[in-house]
Design a binder for this molecule. Structure first.
Ligand SMILES: *Cc1c(COP(=O)(O)O)cnc(C)c1O
Length: 412
């Protein structure tokens, strides 16, 4: 606990404090709330987004391309802001594809992964001229059939389900049996079939998992991904030009989480790149990141509408809740519920004075935004800030649950 009463967390320190009030995009939250016109809302800081990309560029090899996975935060203004800063976008639905194509980015820098692409989505992706990551043999055949009907020759990469996993990840998305990608041992045969179809092979996509804070584990998996890719490339019908090695870079959500040592990951990638440059001279290596780019740059702001005590415990009841920020309530795939960093945004200069729980306005005990945290004494109308809310916030939450209005989103 720091002297100012907010739980010490690097994500909190990223935002300046002006006259005791946390500021996003240089604007104190009390004023920003007036500007937005209603609480709750999500606020994303464009300057922090830019600095985050700069940090990634400093640590990763110069010739590694950086893609933004739009599902982490598809707000069009955020995606527009990132367009000139990244090398491409990864999309996972037709609407995400539209958001990407509305930016000035070239279509061949947009890739579409994800299981269960419909015939309609495949047709849209072919017409758009983006790279399509096929997730199964059936999907490859459906794509070829649509392509022939539409007269196009789609660019395809095969998403490979590796025979190893990314350990200690928030979400495992490779290794073992998976709905994602094609099992590595079946890929050589698939490449043979692909060569007979009216498809343009561009490369491979391997995504092993998400939210990993351990540089050593990420380095190990990246090495295995390069080994597997080089082996598969020998069976490919055309040179590999597009090698998406996934990402999985995590951010520290909870007090004991240590930030990822990005410099170590970058140094290791530089060593791996020397092998790729020799073996696959035409390949562009792509790292795709979602939360690492946007997660720390956003906050969720909700107003205290009631303060009550129950049998010795203080509850700050807010106008927000899990219907907007499900992950902070611990119900977005977490095994153990832990608190996201929170603060009273308009009392940043005050010391912690009590232990309080921050709850939302939904009629369910799951609607807990912070469980027994030390905070300055908060009153009705104060602003509770939930940090690490730039990724998997609004669009990963059940906004329709309890039929409250949807929150605003602003990029400041
Ligand atoms: C979700 C997803 C990402 C982004 O994951 P983060 O943990 O937000 O970085 C990247 N690639 C693929 C294929 C994904 O499904």
């Amino acid at each position: 606990m720091s002297a100012d009463g907010s739980a010490a967390h690097p994500a909190i320190d990223a935002f300046p404090v002006i006259d005791g009030c946390l500021a996003v995009g240089g604007m104190p939250l009390t004023r920003l709330a007036e500007r937005v016109g209603a609480t709750p809302f999500f606020a994303y800081d464009r300057n922090l987004l830019t600095r985050r990309i700069e940090h990634l560029r400093r640590c990763l090899p110069d010739d590694v391309h950086l893609h933004y996975a739009i599902k982490a935060n598809p707000m069009p203004a955020v995606v527009q802001h990132l367009a000139p800063l990244v090398d491409g976008f990864d999309v996972a639905s037709a609407l995400e594809m539209k958001v990407a194509l509305d930016t000035p980015i070239e279509p061949d820098r947009v890739s579409f992964a994800g299981p269960g692409k419909t015939a309609g989505e495949l047709s849209q992706a072919i017409a758009a001229g983006i790279v399509i990551h096929v997730e199964s043999e059936n999907e490859m055949r459906a794509l070829a059939a649509r392509a022939t009907a539409n007269g196009g020759r789609p660019r395809v990469a095969i998403r490979v389900n590796p025979d190893f996993e990314l350990k200690a990840s928030g979400m495992r998305m490779g290794g073992g049996a998976q709905q994602f990608g094609v099992d590595a041992e079946r890929v050589p045969q698939m490449l043979g079939e692909l060569a007979t179809l009216d498809l343009e092979f561009v490369g491979f996509h391997l995504f092993a998992g998400s939210q990993n804070l351990h540089a050593d584990i990420l380095q190990d998996v990246q090495g295995k991904i390069i080994d597997l890719s080089l082996a598969l490339a020998e069976r490919a019908p055309a040179p590999v030009r597009h090698l998406n090695i996934g990402g999985g870079f995590g951010i520290p959500y909870f007090p004991k989480d240590q930030p990822l040592d990005l410099a170590a990951v970058g140094d290791n990638l530089e060593r791996l790149m020397s092998r790729v440059r020799t073996a696959l001279p035409e390949a562009v290596v792509i790292v795709e990141l979602g939360r690492y780019i946007v997660g720390e740059c956003g906050v969720y702001v909700t107003r205290v509408v009631d303060r009550k005590e129950s049998r010795g415990e203080v509850f700050l009841i807010t106008d927000g809740g899990l219907h907007h920020q499900l992950a902070a309530s611990g119900n977005f795939g977490q095994v153990i519920r832990r608190n996201y960093p929170v603060a009273i945004g308009n009392r940043m200069g005050e010391s912690a004075a009590e232990t309080a729980s921050v709850v939302g306005c939904l009629c369910t005990p799951l609607d807990l935004l912070a469980d027994k945290v030390a905070l300055p004494r908060a009153e009705t109308d104060d602003l509770v800030v939930v940090f690490q809310s730039g990724a998997y916030g609004l669009t990963a939450s059940p906004t329709a649950f309890l039929s409250h209005p949807a929150p605003a989103e602003v990029l400041v």
